[in-house]
Design a protein around this ligand. Structure first.
Ligand code: NAD
Length: 307
């Protein structure tokens, strides 16, 4: 089988070498399309590929239509909203992500953002500490769990909300208190770390009401997706409550306006960097290659997202 790695932003060499050896040991061939600048290059490269590994690259219906032999697409990373699932499903193509591989990198960034904001963005002045504060985790998946455990290690009181986790032992194992409603989560959280995926249900769901219910001096930390934020509502809450802060790894569409209006109370990383560590980059690439090798060997679809 021919496995194509198509990355506008390439993997590290160590990851590519690892992907190649996993592919070749399993009897497949590897093709690389890196730093492509034109969609036409991708359309040409996928034409005879049986499997495709991408990062944030857009796998549109047009790309899928051009890939006549394609059987599997693996997004090396957690979010897979860059893949047209409906188009893939219609062709019987399996789409997978590599959950968990970059979670630690994102979790460390979330904690770093909390410290950065509570220490006046590393400028002179009296800041505050995380120890003893309540950290709310919105969605207790791969990243949320690591943020929860790290928050506990820093002496925070950690509460979490995830309606899809019914086994309270998951929270108890980390010493984290599950709360029964999203309202309670926001009402109690000095720091609220967002880890919900962007779905029809969550898009635009975090806005004015949620922010206004947070305790005095609260900080909303977003390493999830910008789409989950109702930006107008966020701006309204920040305008009405001068004690609130917002820090994000995914700049808002109206980030320039937020920066201008709210100064030091808002911060966005210049470019999404949650998963940008050498370790995460390698982990996700290798996991993608292993999942493809296993899929072709045994039909395993454990990480399929379009079932
Ligand atoms: P995950 O799939 O492991 O966990 C997601 C969790 O969300 C699950 O536990 C699920 O039960 C829960 N959930 C789903 N809908 C919910 C809802 N309506 N309310 C509450 N909980 C809900 O995902 P993850 O790996 O933890 O990633 C979380 C988010 O972080 C994703 O949006 C992902 O795109 C984003 N992410 C960002 C970066 C970055 O670079 N900043 C990197 C990786 C992931």
């Amino acid at each position: 089988m021919k496995i194509l790695v198509a990355t506008e932003k390439p993997f590290a060499k160590k990851a590519v070498d690892g992907i190649r050896s996993i592919a070749e040991e399993a009897g497949h061939t590897l093709a690389l399309l890196e730093k492509y600048t034109d969609k036409a290059q991708l359309l040409e490269a996928v034409a005879d590929a049986d499997a495709l590994i991408v990062r944030s690259d857009k796998v549109t219906a047009e790309v899928i239509a051009a890939a006549r032999n394609l059987k599997i697409v693996v997004r090396a990373g957690a979010g897979y909203d860059n893949v047209d699932l409906a188009a893939a499903t219609a062709r019987g193509i399996v789409v997978m992500n590599t959950p968990g591989q970059n979670s630690n990198a994102v979790a460390e960034l979330a904690l770093a953002m909390m410290i950065f904001m509570s220490r006046n963005r590393f400028t002179p002045g009296t800041g505050s500490e995380l120890q003893g504060k309540t950290l709310g985790i919105h969605a207790y998946g791969n990243v949320g769990r690591l943020v929860g455990r790290k928050g506990k290690a820093l002496g925070m009181n950690v509460v979490a909300f995830d309606p899809f986790i019914t086994d309270v032992a998951v929270f108890a194992a980390d010493g984290v208190e599950p709360v029964s409603s999203v309202e309670e989560l926001y009402r109690r959280s000095d720091f609220l770390s967002l880890h919900i995926p962007a779905t029809a249900e969550t898009r635009g769901s975090i806005g004015y009401d949620r922010l206004m219910s947070m305790p005095k001096g609260a900080t909303l930390v977003n390493t999830a997706r910008k789409e989950v934020i109702d930006e107008e509502g966020l701006a309204r809450a920040l305008a009405e409550r001068e004690d609130l802060k917002y820090v994000t790894d995914i700049a808002a569409a109206m980030q320039a306006e937020l920066d201008e209006r709210f100064g030091k109370r808002v911060f966005a990383t210049p470019k999404k960097m949650g998963a940008e560590t050498a370790e995460a980059n390698v982990n996700a690439g290798l996991a993608a290659a292993r999942q493809i090798a296993e899929f072709f060997a045994t039909g395993c679809t454990r990480f399929q997202v379009n079932k």
